[in-house]
Design a protein around this ligand. Structure first.
Ligand code: GTP
Ligand code: MG
Length: 216
């Protein structure tokens, strides 16, 4: 109870803290806003300030508390993301865009960045998810490249996702459902679907490219 006699409804901001990281324009704020409002909101500028939103995510009738954090991709792994951004995090969502090859390459740097910061800070059971956003656009990132990066970063196959935050095709909700399962204290059986395997491999990408160059 607070001094005013009302019950204190403030939520501990570290409650199942989940942080979004990734390059500029990969769609972190769009994901943050869809989490917050259940809608796709067109963003027009780069994020400048850290934002957080607490929500009870309902999965199969169970409510799981979660606080999602968004920061600027322009901060870059090399410079000024404050170490406190990762403090007490229970999950990190590494985001790339499937139409942006540089963004998947930089995932390694983002991964190294939080590994450096997390020492002694975060709980042992930190979950790391790899999310390819913008699958509604023409992809240039192959599944092989994703697998290579995931392996380098030690990310489990079952924790790779590909979604469109723009089109509400279910992928976004499935990602957060899985996250809720992972964070939940009650053991709930997690979905076993591995979505990233449905993306085209390098051979398919080459064939596609060859066909496109014949057209032009
Ligand atoms: N087509 C498509 N566009 C998207 C999707 N998600 C985000 N965008 C667009 O991509 C652009 C960048 O999105 P943001 O969410 O601002 O990207 P960000 O990662 O927060 O970028 P920074 O704040 O600069 O780090 C915006 O124009 C979004 O509307 C998606 O799933 N599909
Ligand atoms: Mg942003």
């Amino acid at each position: 109870m607070s001094l005013s006699g009302e019950s204190d409804k403030r939520v501990d901001p570290t409650t199942n803290k989940v942080v979004l990281v990734g390059d500029e324009t990969v769609g972190k704020t769009s994901m943050f806003l869809r989490f917050k409002t259940d809608r796709f909101i067109e963003t027009t500028s780069s994020t400048r300030y850290l934002a957080e939103h607490y929500k009870e995510w309902t999965v199969r009738g169970t409510k799981v508390q979660m606080t999602l954090y968004d920061t600027a991709g322009m901060e870059r792994y090399t410079s000024t993301i404050p170490p406190t951004y990762f403090r007490h995090a229970r999950a990190v969502i590494l985001v790339y865009a499937v139409d942006n090859q540089e963004s998947i390459g930089n995932i390694r740097n983002w991964s190294e960045s939080f590994s450096k910061h997390r020492i002694g800070d975060t709980v042992d059971s930190l979950k790391v998810l790899l999310v390819g956003n913008k699958v509604d656009l023409n992809r240039t990132v192959s599944a092989n490249r994703v697998n290579e990066v995931a392996e380098f970063c030690g990310i489990d196959n079952s924790l790779k996702y590909e979604i469109s935050t723009k089109n509400n095709d279910g992928g976004f909700d499935e990602l957060f459902d899985d996250l809720a399962y992972l964070l939940s204290d009650t053991p709930i059986e997690r979905r076993k679907t591995i979505r990233a395997t449905s993306s085209p491999d390098d051979e398919e990408m080459k064939k596609k490219k060859a066909l496109c160059s014949k057209c032009s």
